[in-house]
Design a protein around this ligand. Sequence first.
Ligand SMILES: [Zn+2]
Ligand SMILES: [Zn+2]
Length: 333
Amino acid sequence: MKAVVTTGPGKLDTVDVPCRIEEGTVAVRLERAGICGTDLKVLDGAMPTRYPRILGHEVVGTVERTPPGARLSAGARVLVNPSVNCDACYLCESGQTHLCRRGGLLGRDFDGVFAETIGVPERFLHAVPEEIALDDTGLLQVLGTAVHSQESVRVSSETLAVVVGLGVSGLLHLQLLRARGAGRVIGVTRSRRKLDLARSLGAHAVATPDEAVAVVTETSDGRGADLVVEAVGTEATVLQAIELCGYGGDVVVYGTVTGGGGTLPFYKLYLKEVTLHFPRAARPADYNTSIRLAEQGRMELAPLVTARFPLEQASAAFAAARSGNHLKVLLTR
Ligand SMILES: [Zn+2]
Ligand SMILES: [Zn+2]
């Protein structure tokens, strides 16, 4: 079968590999897989992996075969939870399956999902209703992680939230904040096109990074934001998020910063009593919420998918994902 494999930093190819479906797992045929920043970081070597490695962690597919006793049946459409876990340790037993120290992420710590057919234990599969448009399903995994990362912060009609970075995840966060009832959301990005899109998806105001402090100050009567979601994953944007956050506010660092890091503005964090959140991956319940949100039509997902490539053209797909000209780039069979 075809699979997208990296054999070293920067090296990527679609190759033929043996199709190994482990006994006791469900065989899932790829329908839509998403390329995201994590895949680019794994490919670049910024996130360590072992070679050769099949990339990818965002996928929805069709069940091809099931082991005896499975609840799912052939033909079912499923989302894969890519956070592998052991199901036996103290973290798994306390429901923190996504943090399991014996687990990890498909496509980084284990072979991933950019392959024609993969074998997945049934407990990592979530049924996806046929009502959700096929391309939209390619965003359900990311949406699940956005749901998870907002779980620790409350929002209300009084909330002024800011989303720094309006790529796919930032635009999902913006919509999710609105769906959860946040009164006003301000979107921050350099891209004019994304600012326009954010406005059409419900942003109260938008700003470039240079304008952000002025816009947030004015909108909040000088108080700063109640909540800032950082959806880029650089030190500069984390610092900007802290800057935009008001007294007693929350900063959710959704983007993954891979560097060792410079220093944080500790005294500013103390003075403002900012709570920093560093969410990671998602729990099974978050994926159920993500699927429900899409099923109920509460998220506009179609405008976030801007390109589709077959697995054979993975190099072109990764180039498109890296170009900055696209939102979600999907791989198909
Ligand atoms: Zn991802
Ligand atoms: Zn565990």
